[in-house]
Ligand binder design. Structure first.
Ligand SMILES: *Cc1c(COP(=O)(O)O)cnc(C)c1O
Length: 412
């Protein structure tokens, strides 16, 4: 398990070696659950039932728990719950206090500090909810929050105001009004199921939900946002995949932040979804201690392509209450993006966005490639920092030939 990731000697390996280590696929293994029979381990309901949810169990499994983690785990009883599936727990490096899996999953005392600029609904979703659990922010699509449960709880959850206080694995109490709203708004052509995690529903329940949506004539496109393939690859059964493929076009967006999360089990689960004809995208959140590092991000996006997943978005961390210890800067985010574009496969390069605080929606933020633009030309910079000019007139046609000796300065 985590032993695979320990760097011998305690020194940082050279960047190239570190990159190769990050890119290697490993099994999550059985870790402390070594004696559990295969039938149980491979059963997603067993995994859910055996999640790590108490500080006592956490201490038992992770003797290197730090005081701030212990305090956080105790405080999580009254805040965003702690829950970690055995599969995902095995990715924790017990010998590394700064393990990227720990930062994402184990509560910390810092979560109780709310800065004055932090909010409980940072993306202003509640303001754009015509019906509870339905967010209609963009003209042609809705976000449908179908459940308030997840398989595990990310400490930076942007919807911590809604999730984990668990009303059960059932539809939202306003389910009929939600469906009714979508049916009565013909401008909605795209429904994004999220929550909570829609894949926590049984196959039957999910099938019912998807068929209700497919019965609405103007719905062209369905999507599911889920972290289950990472937390609970056992959930991605052949039966689930066979059920989902009836509802095409159906896309799935997964959420991974660190290459270690892409285990051999996860790769197999994603392969089953891809084989069912489901196009897969990934959303990451830029997080300090986890992935605000060009080497980590490059390993992640390349590994995603190997799992047939197209990196879709990287989000600047929302101003969610209690997340300051995980927030990286936009400047760093831009540096990470600069290190990807042109340096690796275009399909591997996600769009960096800020979900504008107060409900502005997703806004793309990009490193500068256009240095200047006027009536005659656009001056651009390539990924190596070299400068070029593109000649054009107001109607698109150049009015003169490019200067033979256009001065091409080198930028850093
Ligand atoms: C992210 C989001 C969507 C989907 O946006 P895309 O850019 O189409 O992926 C839809 N509604 C809401 C409220 C969202 O936050």
């Amino acid at each position: 398990m985590s032993r695979d990731f320990v760097e011998v000697g305690g020194e940082e390996p050279p960047p190239d070696q570190r990159f190769q280590q990050l890119k290697a696929f490993h099994s999550a293994g059985r870790g402390p659950w070594a004696g559990v029979p295969d039938v149980d381990w491979n059963d997603w309901k067993w995994q859910l039932k055996h999640r790590v949810t108490t500080v006592e169990r956490l201490e038992e499994l992770l003797p290197t728990l730090t005081p701030t983690e212990r305090a956080g785990a105790i405080l999580s009883r009254t805040k965003l719950a702690m829950a970690i599936t055995p599969h995902y727990f095995n990715l924790i490096d017990a010998d590394d206090e700064h393990c990227p899996i720990r930062w994402q999953m184990i509560p910390r005392q810092e979560e109780t500090h709310t800065a004055s600029w932090e909010m409980s609904d940072p993306c202003g979703e509640d303001e754009h909810s015509p019906v509870p659990g339905l967010v209609h922010r963009y003209p042609d699509r809705v976000l449908f929050l179908v459940t308030d449960r997840c398989a595990a709880y990310c400490r930076y959850c942007t919807r911590s105001r809604l999730v984990s206080n668990a009303s059960g694995y059932d539809f939202h109490p306003e389910f009929d009004r939600q469906i009714d709203y979508i049916a009565k708004h013909p401008e909605i052509r795209d429904v994004l199921l999220s929550g909570g995690d829609p894949l926590l529903f049984s196959d039957e329940k999910l099938e019912y939900l998807l068929s209700r949506l497919r019965a609405i004539k103007h719905i062209e496109f369905l999507r599911i946002g889920t972290r289950i393939p990472l937390f609970l690859p056992q959930r991605i059964t052949p039966e689930l995949c066979a059920m989902l493929r009836q509802f095409h076009p159906l896309f799935i967006s997964i959420h991974t932040n660190h290459p270690r999360e892409l285990t051999t089990e996860v790769r197999d689960a994603l392969g089953r979804l891809a084989d069912a004809g489901i196009p897969l995208g990934n959303q990451s959140v830029l997080l300090k201690h986890v992935n605000d590092d060009p080497i980590v991000m490059k390993a992640l996006v390349q590994k995603l392509l190997m799992c047939r997943v197209r990196p879709y978005y990287v989000y600047q961390c929302d101003l969610i209450a209690g997340s300051a210890h995980l927030r990286s800067s936009v400047r760093r985010g831009l540096d990470v993006m600069k290190s990807l574009r042109g340096h690796t496969t275009g399909y591997a390069v996600p769009q960096y966005v800020i979900d504008a605080p107060g409900g502005g929606g997703k806004v793309p933020v990009n490193p500068e490639y256009v240095l200047s633009r006027n009536a005659d030309r656009v001056v651009i910079r390539n990924f190596e920092g070299k400068v070029f000019e593109y000649i054009e007139g107001a109607d698109g046609h150049p009015r003169f030939k490019p200067s033979e000796n256009f001065h091409v300065p080198e930028l850093g």
